[in-house]
Design a binder for this molecule. Sequence first.
Ligand code: GLN
Length: 263
Amino acid sequence: VWTRACKCESNRMIWQLRLAHLYPDHMNIYGDRGNVITLQQRCRWRGIACEIVPVGPGATVDWSSIDIAFFGGGQDSGQALIAADFLERQGPALRTAIDDGLVVLAICGGYQLLGHYFLTHTGQRLPGISALDVYTVGGKERLIGNVVVETNPDVFRPAFRLVGFENHSGRTFLGAGVRPLGRALVGRGNNGEDRTEGAVYRNTIGCYLHGSLLPKNPQLADHLIVTALRRRYGDAVALAPLDDALELKAQRVMIERMLRMRQ
Ligand code: GLN
């Protein structure tokens, strides 16, 4: 089916993406796997092949063959189980790929491990791979609740709004090497202090938005897909539109309700 659809669209070639799902068994809370399903399904609807490559402990990955990486959230204990493997086995090559423009979406616990370190609220220091210039320190109070984010106009033009759900003890602080993904209009965001939410470096996005995030925010899903396709097939790539009326209505209702409740 996808071969036919794809030939209709590009008339020339069959687009294919490879998506690495980092530690799917250890880092998958609040349905973060839904992000992977969404990316694959939105590709499938357009006749784009999207192969999922699970990357567990001990895996060897050729990062130059990967178009998108997804890294979900996890409990501190899950993060502790995989942090050393991630740092030693994937760290150097993944960092290079990220510098080279690999498309990455990392949520919460995954976001924290892309940074310099996560110091948990019990004092355990989990080193990150320093692909993002951020660090995270755990606090006693968890930051929990629905989130509405206005994206950073320097990152997305025009800006748009994202909805999600946060639940983290970690407070993440951004260095000069990243830009905030956006501003938390509702919710606590990166650290509960500066109203920033998430971080962006090249084509890598880290943020605290569970949900799952991408089914609720199809604009972001398509941004990731088109960025990955352009990196592989050139700047002329454009995505066929999908009927997102239902998704966008749900998003709008959620945003309006959250903003009303804030007042
Ligand atoms: N364990 C981390 C924290 O509490 C990440 C949590 C998550 O991924 N939701 O900050």
